[in-house]
Design a protein around this ligand. Sequence first.
Ligand code: ADP
Length: 475
Amino acid sequence: MSNLDAGVQVRNPRTGLNDRPLEAPSHEELVALTSRLRANQKRWQDAGPTHRAEVLLRWRDALIAHKDELAQALTEDTGRRTESSIEVQVSVDGLKRWAGQVVELLDEETIQQTTMPGVSVAPSIRPYPLVGIISPWNFPLLLALIDAIPALAAGCAVIIKPSEITPRFLAPLEKTLIDVPEIGEVVGLIEGAGETGAALIPLVDLVCFTGSVETGRIVAENAARNFIPASLELGGKDPAIVLPGANLDRAVPGILWGATANSGQSCLSIERVYIHESLHDEFVSRISPMASALGVNYPDLEGRGIGPMIAEDQIATIQSHLEDAYAKGAVATAGGELKILGGGAYLEPTILTNVNHSMKVMTEETFGPIIPVMKFTSDEEVLSLANDTIYGLSAAIFGDEERAKKLGRQIDAGAVSINDAALTGVMHEGEKQAFKLSGIGGSRMGKISIRRFYRRQSLLINSSTGRDPWWWPEG
Ligand code: ADP
């Protein structure tokens, strides 16, 4: 039995060293695990939402008990500390939220009478038995559990395959499954890269994928071949628009945060800024020193500043976006140069001016802490620039609320933050779907996101005592 993805090594983003082999299952082990999860799922489903809510709360306690180990492993995976603790906290909060609302959400509707005399409908919810979760490296725990928790609440079993770049957090997460055996029976955790991910899809009933457009397309094709639904959350090139008269006291720190949190390695990062010409110079002169002061989180992991590039491939992408921008006339007013420090790759928060849409940094996903700033003169112009993208994940607008709302309704993206940036990263209420190549499937936010994990079934019951079949002519 040979393991899938044999020979893949895991790199440490702070040292640049490959210091751990990936440990993916063999195909036979994967089949055995998915069969076991499927067998256990039936009991989980039948136990009902009240029981599941109670177990989810116990899983939450287990996550809290192991929170330091989880945050430590996530820090080794990603090279940054603050976001690691936030990931654990968001997951802990997610468990509480879903436990608190699942009973009401899955409350089976009562029998409905129909327009046909004597015929009633008894609806029910049938969870997909086994959900496969293929997750990325930028928020390894958060982006695995954001789908796993509502899937479990709905009554599904789940199998999670995180990115091969960040598998270390699985060990402490496994301990939480041992603490709560009911969860351990319906959650499978596996390491693996592309080969394992591809092998998993034919073995599940629904796949939730978060990652690149390129791999998302392969996953969607594989899912389609197997006739299973795919919920895809892919890349973004989120614009921030600063309208004339906008309050720069809010826009400057909001955009800096929205573009550099997690070193810009979030699908919902602000990746380009359009600023009204009347505010351009003031905006640049205020954001540049603030970006420089933020700096990078090296050598002291506990200190301030943004962390290293997590994935090795990103180093070349960021370098090529910077070189392309400089060759076409862009000017850095803060940061601007990738540095290798102690083996890790860091980019100080970078502000670029003199940019335009001939540059990769304005049109391709960078996934780094770069803020290119471009002037505009009219609302029509900025709308066409904002929509000039293959992506449609989210956007931000700063300025007069009415004008911002009017523009926001014309932006082709699922969520538009107004007078703030990247709000979908810190809240979960607003229902939204991805536009264009940013994804496909139901909303991942809001209570309705649980609907992705079940099918509706109706029993159509004829209780009449009249003639049957009543629709046939008499005689
Ligand atoms: P990135 O997040 O670096 O852009 P990907 O989109 O390729 O990378 O990876 C996201 C997730 O998809 C990871 O868990 C990765 O292992 C997985 N993956 C990569 N290739 C495939 C594939 N062919 N089928 C299924 N999953 C894959």
